[in-house]
Design a protein around this ligand. Structure first.
Ligand code: GDP
Length: 295
């Protein structure tokens, strides 16, 4: 059977304790296991190293060497440190403003359009919000149709402007439309590319500047592993986004991208997508994600 990291840590400390020789060197050796497991879970290399260095000094501080159950204590230290680094508490979305404006960013295929529908559905049913979904992808008519289909499923209006190729204008007009129609939540879905490109960045930065959203969210596919960190960094450098949405966590990824992104861009992860259906959305829970990374 596949042994997860918690079991592996407990087992190696048990053997060492049986031999009566837990030393600082043993702790360091065991932490190599932790680092390997983090890399397997797609955590960025630098982040994994920084993490294990930190855990080592915590383990020494809490005297793992003389603990009655050193393996269990070590697992707890690793778990708590993972959860702490990923944010400790569950993050909130800023729903101030009338209307509240939420801007989506991310690469094509990351799950932006799906998440826009999921968020509209959630805030409508749980908070009584009256959402307007805005299609700002002026390059792909299929993306606009996709948003219309989602919107119909949750009975939410969509704002589009056929023929207008200026996404900043569309976004501004959409907010005017929302105000005139007493809609208090505007979710703007933007165009994505398969890789980060200058035109896309300029365009979304211009939308952000014009509409001053309460929240700019960066949507990223958790299956993209190490690449997720680089993409997050490029978007954050240009957009200074407020939070991250990690999608496709229903796949077999261990979710290491959560730790890497949080450590590198220091922005909270707010939501996780757990399926293609519109109700497959969860708030991000750092402690649960730590469990998942530990396996
Ligand atoms: P966009 O190009 O960023 O707008 O991405 P889409 O919303 O079109 O999503 C791309 C694909 O990923 C679609 O087939 C979605 O159904 C799928 N998708 C989005 N979120 C999730 C998720 O959380 N889990 C799974 N399994 N699929 C998802």
């Amino acid at each position: 059977m596949f042994e997860n990291l918690s079991e592996r840590l407990e087992r190696s400390f048990k053997i060492l304790k049986g031999e009566g020789k837990i030393t600082e060197i043993n702790v360091a050796e065991t932490l190599k296991d932790v680092r390997r497991a983090l890399l397997e879970a797609d955590v960025n290399f630098k982040v994994a190293k920084q993490f294990t260095d930190e855990v080592k000094s915590k383990a020494m501080g809490q005297n793992v060497i003389n603990a009655i159950k050193p393996g269990e204590l070590m697992v707890k230290i690793v778990h708590d440190e993972l959860a702490r680094l990923m944010g400790g508490e569950t993050a909130q979305v800023n729903l101030s403003g009338n209307p509240t404006v939420i801007l989506m960013s991310g690469l094509q295929g990351s799950g932006k359009t799906t998440f826009s529908g999921k968020l509209a559905r959630k805030l409508k049913s749980e908070q009584g919000k009256r959402p307007l979904l805005v299609a700002c992808d002026v390059y792909r008519p299929a993306a606009i149709d996709q948003l219309k289909v989602l919107a119909e499923q949750i009975n939410v209006p969509v704002y589009t402007e056929d023929g207008n190729k200026n996404p900043v204008e569309i976004a501004e007009n959409a907010i005017r439309h929302a105000k005139a129609n007493h809609l208090d939540l505007v979710i703007i879905d933007t165009a994505g590319r398969l890789a980060v490109d200058e035109q896309m960045m300029q365009e979304i930065a211009a939308i952000k500047k014009a509409v001053k959203p309460q929240e700019t969210l960066f949507v990223v596919d958790s299956m993209t592993g190490q690449d997720a960190v680089n993409t997050a960094k490029e978007f954050n450098d240009r957009l200074d986004f407020d939070g991250v949405v990690l999608t496709k966590l229903d796949g077999d990824t261990r979710g290491g991208a959560a730790l890497s992104i949080r450590t590198v861009v220091t922005k909270p992860i707010k939501f996780v997508g757990t399926g293609e259906k519109l109700d497959a959305l969860d708030l991000f829970h750092p402690s649960r994600m730590a469990d998942r990374i530990l396996g």
